[in-house]
Design a protein. Sequence first.
Length: 242
Amino acid sequence: MLNASSSCRNKRWSLTGMTALVTGGTKGIGYAVVEELAGLGARVHTCARNESELQACKRNWESKGFQVSCSVCDVTSQAQRKKLMEIVSSEFNGKLNVLVNNVGTYIKKPTTEYTGEDYASVMGANLESTYNLCQLGHPLLKASGFGSIIFMSSISGVVAVDVGSLYGVSKGAMNQLAKNLACEWAKDNIRTNSVAPWFIRTPLIEPVANIAKDNIEAQFAWSIDPSLEIGFHCRDRGIFRF
């Protein structure tokens, strides 16, 4: 596992003095990103809906010497998103270097069976919350002098797959948002990037992991590129340093 002192020896990637907000940091990819950024010296704030999970993670991070603070937030709530950014602004003196929009949800159904409630749930968590957090975070990112927004997208938002069309739509829209903000906010020294992983073994993807392995198209893709195996969130987290 990472620890603050050993990770920061590599000065090329040192994030000492920088600040970051990672949404949904208690499990899966979000947890790995918190560890990566904090391990490189950044001060990190993360949020989740479950208080007990947050505190358990916080104790673990403190034992490693990481500078991580936490707050309870359901990012699908506009009021809670606003409160989250107020907490971050107060904690980091009105400046934020990195915003990682990690929270997302997935509902596995055939397209013909999605309901209006399903649509609202997926788009609310994956797109609306992300969009609004970028709006709320813009003044802090601009004030830092060098801001970076990272969108946790998916391969489903880049290429067509035969499962989870609603999820793919939300991630495709997220990728377009990243492109638009890259153009619009470049003048403010804010850069934006989407990370679009293949299947990563997290609680979110477990319901479809076996289905993907049984799928003929997936088997063909894996036969061409063995790197398309179902990954583990700790393996590729270094990409978030950039």
